[in-house]
Every structure is written in C-alpha cells, then in structure tokens.
Design a protein around this ligand. Structure first.
Ligand code: NIG
Ligand code: FE
Length: 439
C-alpha cells in the first residue's frame, strides 16, 4: 500500500480529460474518459492515481479523505484568453447595441473608451479588481488563466499593466501575455509604422515579464505583414505567440498564426479553411469565444425602428466545425473583457458553447480542460486528471458531467482544489488561503 496525502472517494463520475499534451483533436475530440464510481489519490500537490474507487482504495491510503458524495469530479478548468486588467465599464455602449442603434463590433471605438479608463485607474484599483475577478473565476471552476495587457497602448501604460499582472498573488495561476498590438491607438492614426516600431523596440524588456506576445491580425487592427514582423521579434526574444485572428474579417490571421508557430489563434470567425489546416500542421490551438458570440449578439438579428434585420454571424457553428474538421486542437475561453465578454466564468462558456456552437458535452469538456491547457503551453502539466499532473480539480454539485452543461446560469461548483489544497468550498473561496500575498 502506497502512502498518499489525500484520497478523493465517492465520486459518481471522474471525468479525466486525458489525452496527448499537445491537446485532443479530430476523432479523439469528444471521446471522453468517464470513470464511474471513481477516486483520485494525491501526493505533494500532484496526482498519484486516478481510477475506480475499489482499485485506488486497495493501493493507496492517506490521512486525509474527501467524500465526493456521489457527485462529479473533473480537472480544473483552464481559461486561455482574458483581458484581466482594465478600468471602467462599457454599459452605456451596450445599451445602444441592445436597442439596435449600433450594429457590428465597433471594436476600435469601444476599446478607446476602456484605454482611457484604464490609464486613469490606480494600480491599487486594477489589482483589487483583478483579484476579485480571479475569485469569481476560481469559484466557477477556473484554476489557470491567461491574462493579457492591451488597454494601455503606450510604452509606460503597457509595462505597468504587465508588471501588475505578473505581480498578482492568487491561487489561480496567471499566465502573462503582452498585447501591445491590440488595436492602433488613436494618437497613432496615420502613423502606423511608428507604433509597430515602438512595440518592436519594447520586446526585449517585455520578454523579461511576459510569457506570450499576442498580436491582433484583423481588418480593424493590424495586417498579417505587421503581425509577422512583431511576432518574429517577440519569438526571437523567447516569447510564445498568440494571435487575435480574423474576428471581423479574414485578414489572413490563421495562416499568420501557423507561420509564426503560435501557441494559439483566437476568435477565427472568418478564418479560411487553408489557414485552419496550416494551424493544424503547426500545432496552433484554435480558441473560440462563445461569450463574445452571445454578448455581441452576433447570432440574433438586431431590431431597428421595428424592423428585424439579419444576424451578423449565423455561421459560427460552421466556423467551429471547420476548425475541428481541419484537424486543429480546439479550445474555448471567456475572452473576459469589459466590451465583448464581461464574464470571467468558464462555466457559462461551457454552457454557451453547446447552445451557440452546437458541440457535444464531451467535446466541450475537452475544449475547456486539456486543450485549453495545451494552448498555454501547459498540456504536459495540467488540464487532465492523470498521474504526475498538478492536482487541480473541481468537485461539482451535480452527479454527472452532462448536467454542468445542460443546466445553466448558476454556479455548480462545490469545491476547487489547486495543487491538492482546497481553495473553494461551498462554491466560495476559502477565506485568506486563495490570495497568497494578501496578509
Ligand atoms: O478580444 N481585438 C479584439 N479585441 C477584443 C475586444 C475587447 C474590447 O472590446 O474591449 C476581443 O474581443
Ligand atoms: Fe481578446
């Protein structure tokens, strides 16, 4: 009998999400391993064993035991795309959209509002808001989260956001990304080249803080050529690459991401099939963002002066299917930000993905765990319940994995463990434990 630190017993289902560390694609996507009456053994914050209760109990013993009481146990959710630090909100702009007075994304205009508010916000405000948002993400099941800058868009403001992001002390591991190339800031209109050069000149310093560099390759942001130049410099300084790709039109973002061997290309609403195939070959994960599809109301028609218009993107389920059929590893994310996706909950993302993209429950579980972990370079370390991996897991209030997606709109998390330590109980962060440096 092997000595463990902790045994989790009595789970009606353990969903492992096991697969290769690069992520699960093609026919394997949605072939979900579900262990009935399962158990997990944990030691030193790592998973020792996962299997049927009878087997785990026969081989391992531990001083601590958690009874899952006939409910679902799953890996912690991974959110691979968020804009965590920002000031202000975009409520006013949103009501205009509800009323059908603004149609379309109006990306640059909205982002400019948030840039202004972010520059004006204090360090303390930004950090405390981020910690509260991380609390919400954690209590809804997220255990690792990627966070981008991108609401500073000048040298000083971007470095400030990056430093604050790196300094966040929270149980949820935050993966820092530099998104200086979010949109062309207003003060550089007519001087694109100067802004691209500014970002290129910042790369050596940025690389000491950020794990990834993100570039927006979109008709309303930067061209594939500009993104290639910035991405190559970022790469040379040791950063991984992510791409906001083809959200408002096909700017060649998917192919660009593949060419840069990017870790992920996200949005992809208008990505070409050739671009998606190139991504599959390059190992670039395709990240789709159902909260954006919902919140920008892209699949429902606007009503203007009593007239029903037409939905902007009724094709989104096909866009996702094309990515799957091209053989790319597909993941899902919140895109948490005040404009296009004001929710930090991966749980609602799972629920929206079924309804808006017509994916199966099993596909969605893979996309929000191992595939999302793979897209932030952590597929070898987390995202599934398998021996040797970090013991990041969720004990849900429900007896099976289908119910987490079939039901919607309220929190179904009971407990969250990170590295084998309970960080959430009864759907709420355990006081003081989850904010590491908040003494
Ligand atoms: O990821 N280039 C894309 N930008 C954001 C929009 C953020 C905002 O509206 O503030 C996105 O959806
Ligand atoms: Fe984004």
């Amino acid at each position: 009998v092997v000595e463990a630190d902790l045994l989790i017993l009595g789970a009606s289902e353990v969903v492992t999400c096991r697969g290769p560390s690069r992520g699960i694609a093609a026919a394997d996507l949605g072939r979900l391993e579900v262990i009935q009456d399962g158990a997990v053994a944990i030691k030193d914050g790592r998973i020792l064993a996962v299997g049927p209760k009878s087997e785990v109990e026969a081989e391992y013993r531990a001083g601590f035991r958690i009874d899952a009481e006939g409910r679902l146990v799953s890996p912690g959710l991974v959110d691979p795309h968020s804009h965590l630090l920002f000031g202000g909100d975009r409520c006013a702009e949103y009501e205009e959209k509800i009323l059908g007075r603004v149609v379309g994304a109006n990306l640059e205009r909205g982002i400019a509002v948030t840039i202004k508010a972010t520059r004006a916000a204090s360090d303390r405000f930004l950090v405390e808001q981020a910690l509260r948002d991380l609390d919400v993400a954690l209590s809804h099941g997220t255990t690792t989260l990627e966070a981008k800058t991108g609401y500073g868009l000048d040298r000083e403001s971007e470095l400030r956001l990056l430093q604050l992001t790196v300094g966040l002390e929270h149980a949820v591991e935050v993966v820092p990304t530099f998104l200086g190339a979010h949109v062309l800031p207003e003060d550089y209109v007519g001087r694109r080249e100067a802004y691209v050069q500014l970002l290129i000149d910042m790369m050596p310093e940025v690389a000491t803080l950020a794990e990834y560099c993100d570039v927006s390759c979109d008709p309303s942001c930067f061209t594939a050529e500009e993104c290639l130049r910035m991405g190559e410099v970022a790469r040379r300084h040791g950063m991984g690459i992510r791409v906001h790709a083809d959200q408002t039109g096909d700017a060649g973002g998917a192919a660009l991401a593949a060419r840069l061997r990017a870790a992920s290309a996200d949005h992809l609403d208008y990505a070409s099939v050739e671009g998606l195939r190139a991504m599959a070959d390059a190992g670039t994960v395709a990240v789709f963002l159902p909260a954006v599809t919902l919140h920008l109301m892209e699949m429902t028609p606007p009503i203007t002066d009593g007239e029903i218009g037409s939905a902007q993107k009724p094709f989104m389920p096909l866009a996702v299917r094309r990515a799957i059929e091209a053989g790319t590893v597909v993941a899902l994310s919140t895109d948490y930000n005040p404009g296009s996706a004001p929710t930090p909950s991966m749980q609602i993302v799972m629920q929206l993905a079924a309804r808006l993209y017509r994916l199966t429950y099993a596909q969605i579980w893979h996309m929000c765990t191992l595939n999302a972990a793979a897209s932030v370079g952590r597929g070898h370390d987390r995202g599934s319940l398998a021996p040797g991996k970090r013991a990041d897991l969720v004990i849900w209030t429900e007896p099976n994995h289908r119910r987490i997606i079939n039901r919607f709109g309220y929190n179904m998390v009971d407990q969250v463990l990170i590295e084998g330590r309970t960080m959430v109980r009864g759907g709420r962060p355990v006081e003081a434990k989850h904010r590491r440096a908040m003494a």
